[in-house]
Write a protein of this length. Structure first.
Length: 172
């Protein structure tokens, strides 16, 4: 009687992208259309539209996320050529709140009178993930600066950004 052996596969599947982080196109290739003015004969201007490019990119990064542990973040993205968008009033307000909030955080990180108080609130929030400021918990953020930025942008959008650089008290 012959012994029949069944071959067991030992193939491991791994992600297609495991270790590269870069844009897979030239740096000068952007995704937005560009328009340039080219002088013509007789002093007239001719406007030329340069179409944008489509490109792909990949980022990989090991990150520690509060409340979840360590994770490997792999992002594959593709940008397609689009015309330059016209901003709405709501988008302009969001951009303004983003800039105001990030400027406030940059100043707060340099203000020696409130750094220790802000760090104490951050550490208290990492110990108890249910504590929130303006509805924002530390869960899902990688750093104190990111958490403070989310709070500051939220407060700037509501026009409640404090004059001092101290974070407000936790929500009740």
């Amino acid at each position: 009687m012959a012994l029949i052996r069944k071959k067991i596969s030992n193939v491991d599947l791994m992600p297609a992208v495991d270790g590269i982080s870069r844009k897979l196109a030239l740096r000068r290739e952007t995704c937005y259309e560009q328009s340039i003015n080219k002088g013509g004969e007789g002093g007239g201007n001719t406007q030329i539209v340069i179409p944008g490019h489509t490109y792909m990119g990949v980022t990989t990064k090991d990150v520690r996320i509060y409340g979840h542990g360590t994770a490997k973040r792999v992002r594959l993205f593709m940008r397609k050529s689009t015309p330059v968008p016209q901003l709405t009033v709501e988008q302009i307000q969001r951009r303004l709140a983003f800039g105001t909030g990030n400027a406030w955080v940059a100043a707060a990180m340099k203000d020696l009178t409130v750094i220790s108080a802000n760090q104490a609130k951050f550490l208290a929030a990492t110990q108890d993930l249910t504590k929130t400021i303006n509805g924002i918990s530390v869960a899902g953020y990688q750093s104190m600066r990111g958490w403070m930025s989310a709070i500051a942008i939220s407060l700037a959008a509501d026009n409640k950004l404090p004059e001092t650089h101290a974070l407000p008290n936790f929500d009740a």
